[in-house]
Write a protein that binds this ligand. Structure first.
Ligand SMILES: [Zn+2]
Length: 77
């Protein structure tokens, strides 16, 4: 609540992240204050399902659709 009052509308990064190029060398970066996080990839623009997976710090991961993700450190709130 204090973060919201300070102007941070998404202190826990729960809003969707627009994917970047998503290559192995330029993965979409996912912020987390922990060593692991569950993420969901909407693999195709018109897909009606989400592909959930665990992402671990230091281990970039490739979704079944070929998109790469990487966990990056973010200081806790
Ligand atoms: Zn995907």
């Amino acid at each position: 609540m204090l973060a919201l009052l300070a102007g941070n509308k998404d202190p826990f990064d729960l809003e969707g992240i627009t994917r970047g190029p998503g290559t192995r060398d330029c993965p979409t970066e996912i912020p987390s204050a922990f060593d692991e996080r569950i993420i969901g990839c909407i693999c195709h623009e018109k897909s009606s399902s989400v592909n959930y997976m665990w992402l671990y710090r230091g281990h970039p991961k490739r979704c079944e659709c070929g998109h790469w993700f990487k966990l990056v450190y973010k200081a806790p709130v």
